[in-house]
Write a protein of this length. Structure first.
Length: 77
C-alpha cells in the first residue's frame, strides 16, 4: 500500500515512515496548542500549514488532514 500523501510504501495509518512521524508530532502537540490558544483542530492544521517554520513533511500532513476532513480524535493507536 502507498502512503496517502506520497508514493512511498505506507507502514501505518496509510502513511510512510516520514509522514507518520509528522502526523504523530502534529497530534501530540495539538493538546499544547489547544490549551494555550483555545484553537480548534481545523484552525490548528491551518496554522501549521501556513507557518514558515513548519517542516515540509508536517505541512503536507496538515494540508492532507485538512482536505480529508479528519477529526482530531482520529489519532494513531
Amino acid at each position: 500500500m502507498k502512503c496517502a500523501i506520497c508514493s512511498r510504501e505506507a507502514i501505518e495509518n496509510n502513511y510512510c515512515e516520514l509522514h507518520l512521524k509528522a502526523y504523530e508530532s502534529i497530534v501530540k502537540k495539538y493538546e499544547q496548542w489547544k490549551k494555550a490558544l483555545e484553537i480548534s483542530w481545523k484552525e490548528y492544521l491551518s496554522e501549521i500549514a501556513k507557518n514558515p517554520l513548519t517542516g515540509e513533511w508536517a505541512k503536507e500532513v496538515a494540508e492532507y488532514l485538512s482536505k480529508s476532513g479528519e477529526k482530531e480524535n482520529a489519532k494513531t493507536s
